[in-house]
Design a binder for this molecule. Structure first.
Ligand SMILES: Nc1ncnc2c1ncn2[C@@H]1O[C@H](COP(=O)(O)OP(=O)(O)O)[C@@H](O)[C@H]1O
Ligand SMILES: Cc1ncc(COP(=O)(O)OP(=O)(O)O)c(N)n1
Length: 272
């Protein structure tokens, strides 16, 4: 019998394929977890920005959650774009029924600068969903909102990871440094230890969907039972290679390459 690990994403869509549900499912597939999805909002967007958004009715989101969880095993779950408080309430009630690690990407604003969540709902996300997460993955502006403090350098990032973990109750916090200058450094605080994940900054503007892809890779690895610090380390490698081999597609910030590791494997195989 084939054994497979499953990963569920609860998020909005991106018809241009770089972010949201599409990025998550591509990542799950690449990393060999069986991907499943519950859609919160259908977003008309591309590499240049968001054109329009259609929010699914909350009852319909609930119905999707029940359909998938009543029939399928769930080995890890991730949330991305959850636009308003009504959606957040339904998801916050549902998450504790799933005995699997929960990865929360506290999506607030796209690379294009478009808001993906109602401003007045951000506090609810922080106070009601964040404490349920095994790991939360804020970028710098998201961490600044959560703490209501400016984050300007690596020392601030380390302190922010600790503060978010201890004050708001997530199992672990990964503060991502993509929005600072210099090397691409992220800090993970797991409640006792601070881990650093560092790579060189790649000179590209093709970073649409990096946050989604990174969190989805962590989710896939957790679904396979890989310990959290190793899951983040491997996900960091995955997202770095996805950025390194990103595509010059579209007029705006292009998408990352979800099958970059296959190209690396092929190169290594050819040179051996
Ligand atoms: N130009 C880049 N080169 C290498 N890594 C990057 C680059 N930009 C972002 N990253 C990395 O991509 C991941 C996503 O980070 P970030 O951009 O901070 O989040 P988000 O996409 O949610 O805004 C992090 O690991 C970050 O360090
Ligand atoms: C539907 C949807 N969800 C999330 C995002 C933001 O994605 P992120 O990975 O933070 O990538 P950026 O585009 O901000 O780099 C999105 N655009 N759409």
């Amino acid at each position: 019998m084939n054994k497979v690990n499953t990963a569920l994403t609860i998020a909005g869509t991106d018809p241009s394929g770089g972010a949201g549900i599409q990025a998550d499912l591509k990542t799950f597939q690449e990393l060999k977890s069986y991907g499943m999805s519950v859609i919160t909002s259908v977003v008309s967007q591309n590499t240049t920005g968001v054109k329009d958004v259609h929010h699914l009715p909350v009852d319909f989101i609930k119905s999707q959650l029940e359909a998938v969880s009543s029939d399928m095993p769930i080995h890890a779950v991730k949330t991305g774009m959850i636009s308003n408080m009504d959606m957040m309430k339904v998801i916050a009630e549902w998450i504790p029924n799933v005995s699997a690690p929960y990865v929360m990407d506290p999506v607030m604003v796209a690379t294009s600068g478009d808001a993906l969540i109602e401003k007045e709902s951000r506090g609810f996300l922080r106070d009601h969903l964040l404490p349920l997460a095994a790991i939360v993955t804020p970028n710098i502006p998201e961490a600044e909102f959560i703490l209501d403090e400016k984050i300007s350098n690596e020392e601030d990032m380390k302190e922010a990871a600790k503060q978010i973990c201890t004050r708001f109750g997530a199992g672990a916090v990964l503060v991502k440094g993509g929005h600072l200058k210099g090397d691409a450094i992220d800090y993970l605080y797991d409640g006792s230890t601070l881990h650093e994940f560092k790579n060189e900054r790649i000179d590209t503007t093709n970073t649409h969907g990096t946050g989604c892809t990174y969190a989805a890779a962590i989710t896939a690895y957790l679904s396979q039972g890989i310990p959290l610090d190793k899951a983040v380390e491997q996900a960091k490698y995955f997202v770095t290679e996805a950025i390194r081999h990103s595509f010059d597609l579209g007029e705006g910030s292009g998408p990352t390459n979800h099958f970059a590791l296959r190209e690396e494997e092929t190169k290594q195989w050819l040179s051996s």
